[in-house]
Design a protein around this ligand. Structure first.
Ligand code: PXG
Length: 452
């Protein structure tokens, strides 16, 4: 039976609050209802087939429609739909997933605390890292340093660690003892420096902030290896090793937020591996289940976990910490990623091909920079190429181009005037060609609307 779209839209407008939306405006316009997915495509309520170049919300790494994941969920639900990890108990898939993550995660990041989302992973990290210092008689070492325009989720701790001003305005954030430094964004901020020189300059902002606050007050630095939501800011290769050096010098824990970068997005299993640094703590979510079911984890190195394990009772946890259905689906998802060599294929076969196509899009008159790392990229739309400047009314052109692309059957996300790319890792070369054609056409149509 066809969907009664109008009736559903009415119910949606009446009863459903949407995240990151002007809900009154959306109610007038009517929501788009997605109905089906397969591989890199989704279908909407009008029957339109859309190439999802954003993998849902940076998460559908294995693509849509993998029935193995549903099979794993059903099998676990039939066997034992729920049991918790409190009272000295747990369940088999949760143990197996913790061990699998230890095998996959870089270096000695061998310990997982399970949660339901990336935001909760960061809430967990804020509490447990502060606890880590407190049980070592340094309760005053409790300040987290994040970055302006960083994104770490929307819970109280997540949004506070993040540095988005618009989010801080709602709900009285950030909470105390969180500081922010400017992000590494060469395109806007690099001036005449080479990207490599600029990477060091940007990293040394952390050192200045630690010295300003006092090293005995700073618990941790948190950053996304590549800043996603703000517009895929890919730092120069010099940035992260310098951050690691500074954290070591002042005994500050390094938290790499791998919620987007993790599980193959950059062509490596984790973003820290792409940039060649070793984190101490790592939130993960999204790609851990390819978005098929909610799951996140706060992951810790041997050194940090030892203190947490020997520091008495952990007064933290939720009903669904280590939910068996979610961990069973994660295991099935990681099996696909490993057995089908999805990450290696993305790195060796797709990333170079995609990078070449992306560079071609970078030649468009509207594109000031086409940046890409693995399967994560952005086209920065600018008014006056080759100047590294932005449109006066930031965000309008990006939204226009996004809507035009959608009309052309291509889902891209826009932040400000950057068009963001994050396709399923299983995208084929033919689908990259389709993506290129549709993106080029959409850039042309955007330019035409702007009278360019
Ligand atoms: N850390 C990072 C780096 C993220 O990108 C979170 C934490 C929070 O995860 P949860 O599962 O709580 O959403 C994220 C989430 C966007 C967008 O518009 C990005 C995210 C979420 C929603 C929208 O780009 N990233």
């Amino acid at each position: 039976m066809p969907l009664d779209v109008k009736a559903l839209q009415k119910l949606d407008a009446e009863h459903h609050l949407h995240p990151f939306n002007d809900n009154a405006a959306l109610a007038k316009k009517g929501t788009r209802i997605l109905t089906r997915g397969e591989g890199c495509y989704v279908w909407d309520d009008q029957g339109n087939k859309l190439l999802d170049a954003f993998a849902g919300l940076w998460c559908v790494n294995v693509g849509y429609g993998r029935t193995e994941l549903g099979d794993a969920a059903k099998k676990q639900m039939d066997l034992l739909a729920y049991y918790n990890s409190f009272f000295g108990c747990t369940v088999e898939p949760t143990i197996e997933l913790a061990a699998k993550l230890a095998e996959l995660a870089p270096g000695d990041i061998n310990h997982s605390f399970f949660v339901n989302s990336g935001s909760e992973a960061n809430d967990t990290i804020l509490r447990l890292v502060r606890h880590y210092w407190a049980v070592q008689d340094q309760p005053q070492k409790n300040i987290f340093i994040g970055r302006v325009n960083g994104y770490h989720g929307t819970t109280v701790a997540g949004a506070s660690l993040g540095g988005m001003k618009g989010m801080h305005k709602q709900g009285g954030l950030p909470i105390p003892d969180i500081a922010h430094i400017d992000p590494p964004f060469w395109f806007e901020d690099g001036g005449d420096l080479s990207p490599e020189e600029y990477g060091l300059v940007a990293a040394r902002r952390l050192e200045r902030k630690i010295l300003e606050l006092g090293p005995d007050r700073v618990a941790a630095f948190i950053g996304e290896p590549i800043m996603g939501a703000i517009g895929v800011y890919i730092p120069p290769m010099t940035y992260w090793p310098e951050i690691r050096r500074i954290c070591d010098k002042y005994d500050v824990l390094l938290v790499a937020d791998e919620v987007i970068c993790g599980f193959g997005r950059t062509g490596e299993w984790f973003g820290s591996q792409y940039f060649g640094f070793q984190p101490d703590v790592m939130p993960v979510a999204k790609g851990i289940t390819s978005g098929y079911i909610p799951l996140g984890a706060a992951m810790f190195s041997d050194k940090v976990a030892k203190v947490l394990k020997e520091g008495g009772e952990l007064a933290h946890g939720a009903t669904y910490s280590g939910h068996p259905v979610c961990t069973a689906v994660a295991l099935a998802n990681l099996k696909i990623l490993q057995e089908e060599k999805v990450v290696e294929r993305a790195r060796n076969e797709i990333a170079p091909y995609l990078a070449a196509k992306w560079a071609q899009l970078g030649e468009h008159a509207l594109v000031g920079e086409a940046r890409i790392a693995g399967l994560m990229g952005a086209l920065e739309l600018v008014p006056e190429k080759p100047k590294r400047t932005f449109f006066a009314d930031r965000g309008k052109v990006g939204a226009l181009c996004r809507d035009i692309a959608l009309n052309n059957g291509l889902i891209l996300r826009a932040t400000n005037d950057a068009m963001l790319l994050s396709p399923p890792l299983v995208i084929t070369r033919e689908q990259v060609d389709e993506l290129f054609e549709k993106a080029w056409k959409s850039l042309n149509e955007t330019a035409a609307v702007l009278g360019k």
